[in-house]
Every structure is written in C-alpha cells, then in structure tokens.
Design a protein around this ligand. Structure first.
Ligand code: SF4
Ligand code: SF4
Length: 289
C-alpha cells in the first residue's frame, strides 16, 4: 500500500506526519519526494548512499548542419529553444527532454546528449525503516522525472509512506497518481482551508481516497473540520498545538520517539487508512458504498 502525505502548501507539518508515521510502524518504507528540498532525513539522521543518478536527454545543435529554419523552436512547447536570426539558443533548465526538436529537424542538426538532473539516495543502515530520497540539482526544473525515478525503488510487498512536495503542481500530481491513499495535512486557518481545498481537488481528480490530519489543532477555527464532516472525509488524527511537540520539532526530534503514547495513535491512523483504502477499492469495483 502506498500512502502519500500531502498538503496544499508548505509548512503545515507534512514531513512531521510522514516521519512520525514511518517511525511508529514496523517494516515500512519512507520516500522523501520533496526533491527540491528533501528534509525527512533532518529528523532521521541516516547515513545516505547514492543509488541512482537521474539523467535527462537534452538537444545539442550542430551549427554546421543547422539551416536556421526555426522548426525546433516553434515545436518546443516549453520554450527551451529560441530561434535568433543567426543562431538557435537553448535554455537547458527549461528542456523536458521530450526529443521532439530532433524529430522535427529536417537537417538532422539536433543531437541528443544526456545530463544529470538529480540523484536518488538511500539510507545505508539496515534498520527496519527503509528510507529513500530524491534530490533535484539546483537550477533544474524536472522534479517530476526525479520523483518517478525515486518511486521505482518502492518494494510493493511493504507499505510505503511517500512525503510528497507541497502545493498542487505537477510533482504532487505525479505522487498522487501513484498513491493508493492520500493523507492531507492541514491547519484549520482561513489560508490553510483554501490550500486544503486545492489539494483535495487534485486528489479527487485523480480518484485517490483522502483522509485529513489536523496539525496544530486548537489554533484557528473549525472550518476544515466542518467541511470534512459535511463531505464525509475522515479526520485521521489531530496533532495539538503542544509546546513539547513544538520543542522536539525545533530540535529535529520526531515526537513519536519521546512521547510513546503517539506511537499507538499513528498505528491507529494506519489501520484506519488500510480500512478506508479497502473500502474505496471495493466501491471502485462494485459501486457499493
Ligand atoms: S527536447 Fe523537447 S523540451 Fe527539450 S528543447 Fe527539444 S522540444 Fe524542447
Ligand atoms: S530544426 Fe534543425 S535546422 Fe531548423 S533551426 Fe532547428 S536545429 Fe536548425
């Protein structure tokens, strides 16, 4: 079972939930897909080793063959190529490596080269928690490619917890499209509610069942909760605005390690997720709720 931990915006406690859930369970895998800023390991402190270099093809224009017809620049929907009067300019960070420019070049002037855009790393220890993270090289835009490479390392025989990037853009959709269940972490504030709705819409569009974790519960108002009740979305867990939890977070310590009562709460949450996933699968195949 693959559980995505997502949020409509950064700073809601998504990584905290992913790390604490992973540490509360036995024999699970944790994947940090926030490849622009992976930070699960700040709390885990594993020694990491590289397991894969993620590469992307990009075009190189052979100026001897190029007739400056402009076909390639016209074709590139990512604006990675610009046709100037005397040369074709390439903006490598915008290139998605689709290979289309080489296909439409009538002069055979586009050669495809490979470049590194990121790396996949894993925890070198043999602990019961298997940890992997993807790291996108600075200045690169192809987060989705790194995420897809990272998710190929999932062992399907074990539960996988996937810390997704924040927001609702392509990298998040790549994770949600892969997940069996989505845990949306949110705070019950006006801004939190707005971003929560956007993330919920994305999960719904991809037909992924959703449950909610209310972080810093007690701050703000009841709008997320009221909405969830009206829509039949389960509240899986409430993490209070607790001084001890905040202190442990600021020290980089997962609170499940120091507050053992939370282990059981995360285990219960996992059991609810299993139940909700099975229910959603049954509904998908039979149409009966
Ligand atoms: S490979 Fe695709 S994205 Fe890259 S420059 Fe060519 S057409 Fe554009
Ligand atoms: S399509 Fe080929 S020939 Fe035309 S401008 Fe691009 S590289 Fe040059």
């Amino acid at each position: 079972m693959k559980i995505a931990i997502a949020s409509g915006k950064g700073g809601t406690g998504k990584t905290t939930v992913a790390v604490n859930l992973a540490l509360a369970l036995e024999d699970v895998q944790l994947f940090d897909c926030d490849v622009e800023e992976p930070n699960c390991n700040l709390f885990l402190g594993f020694e990491l080793e590289p397991v894969e270099e993620v590469t992307c093809l990009f075009p190189e224009i052979n100026t001897d063959k190029c007739t400056l017809c402009g076909n390639c620049a016209d074709f590139c929907r990512y604006n990675a190529l610009a046709a100037l009067p005397k040369k074709i300019l390439l903006f490598p960070s915008l290139c998605h490596g689709c290979g289309g420019c080489s296909f439409v070049c009538p002069a055979g002037a586009v050669e495809e080269k490979s470049r590194s855009i990121g790396i996949i790393e894993k925890a070198s220890s043999d602990a019961s928690l298997k940890f992997f993270q993807g790291v996108l090289n600075i200045g690169e835009a192809m987060a989705t490619l790194v995420i897809r490479s990272l998710l190929r390392h999932i062992d399907e025989s074990k539960p996988a917890i996937i810390d997704s990037p924040p927001g609702t853009a392509c990298p998040v959709l790549a994770v949600l499209g892969f997940a069996d269940y989505c845990v949306l972490v949110t705070e019950s504030t006006p801004f939190g509610f707005h971003d929560f709705l956007l993330a919920l819409e994305a999960a719904k569009a991809l037909k992924v069942p959703v449950g909610v974790v209310l972080n810093r519960d007690g701050l703000g108002d009841s709008r997320v909760e009221d909405f969830c009740r009206a829509e039949g979305i389960p509240i899986l867990l409430r993490i209070p605005n607790d001084r001890m939890i905040a202190r442990l977070y600021s020290e980089g310590i997962p609170f499940v390690k120091e507050m053992p009562e939370w282990k059981e709460k995360f285990e219960d949450m996992f059991e609810t997720i299993k139940f909700e996933t099975i229910k959603a699968l049954a509904f998908k195949s039979t149409g009966v709720q």
